[in-house]
Design a binder for this molecule. Structure first.
Ligand code: HPA
Ligand code: ZN
Length: 344
């Protein structure tokens, strides 16, 4: 598409208006402190924080693990199907306001089944919110993540529990503490998921080394890499990712808050795009990292000096990388083109 030049002071408006897909959002990471306290009250769950302000002031992270400890504690208020629905509904309302038209939601069943909350409760609540998101103009789907700090056996048990809901899940992912938990531990579970026709993704190269990206691709056979920013340390890997158009679901504000980059100006999103990689922008855990989709776009563009061409490429990449049909992709990209054509 032939892009008209866009004045830099108009770029934030274009970034906010353009239709986009979100491919890396942990739905438990969209639980705002206010909702955590409301659900704690509704369910009679005690929290180790006096109030919303005290909880929010604990959101000063130094690395991934320091975040995960608080994130798993926050999820402890989720008990009923309605809780999961309400959490996802709140996310979809924010996403719609940010002109997200397609979203693929990660969820962590093991965080809930370990507390005695059934797989059925989790999946049905989230699925109902995905169905209702259509009225907001959002197509949505669920990706079930295995916690990589747990065992292969526990991942297989989780997969078994999910089989009755196979049709409500489009794929599986791998998340939680990366360093010391390389992808190969889950090669057999992922092979089984592949036989079941599930799409495959994995977090790799967030804090962990480029080797974890290689093994996610070659052993797990994933179709997208979540984060992947450490790929820039390995030029052969950069060439592989560019050649195969492997999408990276990059999360700039997450990387900033978890100290992967010292500031946004030093984030390598622009470098990844300029090297021809199919990078996308995503929010990861927006309630914890201080921003939803449009915050990620506007803050990262302001810090790195990216332009309207980068904006178009990022949104287009997000549609091309979605687990959607060719017809859906075509229609999403037509919507994107129409937005850029009419913007003045
Ligand atoms: N990385 C790994 N696991 C996670 C993340 C993340 O950014 N967010 C929620 N679980
Ligand atoms: Zn993530």
């Amino acid at each position: 598409m032939n892009l008209k030049p866009v004045a830099s002071d108009r770029l934030p408006e274009l970034l906010r208006l353009m239709p986009k897909a979100e491919l890396h959002i942990h739905i438990e990471g969209s639980l705002e402190p206010e909702l955590i306290f409301a659900l704690a009250k509704r369910n009679g769950v005690a929290l180790p924080y006096a109030n919303v302000e005290a909880l929010r002031s604990a959101y000063a992270f130094t690395n991934l693990q320091s975040f995960l400890d608080i994130y798993y504690a926050g999820a402890s208020v989720l008990l009923t199907e309605q809780d999961f629905y309400d959490m996802a509904r709140a996310y979809f309302l924010k996403a719609a306001a940010d002109h997200v038209v397609h979203a693929e939601l990660f969820f962590d069943p093991q965080t809930h089944t370990a507390r005695g909350v059934g797989m059925e409760t989790v999946v049905k609540g989230l699925h109902r919110a995905c169905v209702d998101a259509q009225e907001l103009g959002i197509s949505a789907a669920l990706i079930m993540c295995f916690l990589r700090h747990l065992s292969e056996e526990e991942a297989f048990e989780t997969l078994e529990q999910a089989l009755p809901y196979r049709d409500l899940i489009i794929g599986v992912g791998l998340d939680s503490g990366e360093v010391g938990n390389p992808p190969e531990k889950f090669a057999r579970v992922f092979a089984r998921c592949r036989e079941l026709g599930l799409h495959l993704v994995a977090h790799a190269g967030e804090e962990g080394p480029p080797e974890y990206i290689w093994t996610a691709l070659d052993l797990l056979k994933v179709e997208r890499i979540d984060h992947g920013v450490q790929a820039a340390k390995d030029s052969a890997l950069m060439q592989r990712l560019a050649k195969d158009r492997v999408a990276l679901t990059v999360c700039p504000l997450s990387n900033l808050k978890l100290c992967v980059f010292p500031d946004l100006a030093q984030h390598n999103l622009r470098q990844l795009l300029d090297a021809g990689l199919a990078a996308t922008v995503n929010s990861d855990d927006p309630a914890y990292f201080g921003g939803y989709m449009n915050d990620n776009f506007t803050q990262t563009f302001a810090a790195t000096g990216m332009d309207a061409q980068h904006a178009y490429t990022l949104a287009r990449n997000s549609f091309e990388a979605g687990f959607t049909s060719e017809a859906e992709k075509r229609s999403q990209i037509e919507g994107l083109d129409a937005c850029f054509e009419s913007f003045r």
